[in-house]
Design a protein. Sequence first.
Length: 114
Amino acid sequence: VQLQASGGGLVQAGGSLRLSCAASGSIIIGIATMGWYRQAPGTQRELVARITSGGTTNYADSVKGRFTISRNNAENTVYLQMNSLKPEDTGVYYCSAGFTPTYWGQGTQVTVSS
């Protein structure tokens, strides 16, 4: 199983980014819980958003109303649309597979400048 995350970058506060996570190997995202986590320097990795196979979504309180997780089953890809970004959203973002994540992508850096 491989999860390839992309789409990170440097953006000013208030801006937007869209992260993508392309899954390959023996995983079908349509029947898996997929998630996005982030880790800032000196902190633990935290859940940002999660989408179950049934389409139920969960978000961290800090991103509710600003971030949206979605998936394209045909492309086996999960997305994280991030709007109204804040400096505190800065970190390395990882995609994951499994409700208690079993697989991790390599991470993509998101930096939000004030």
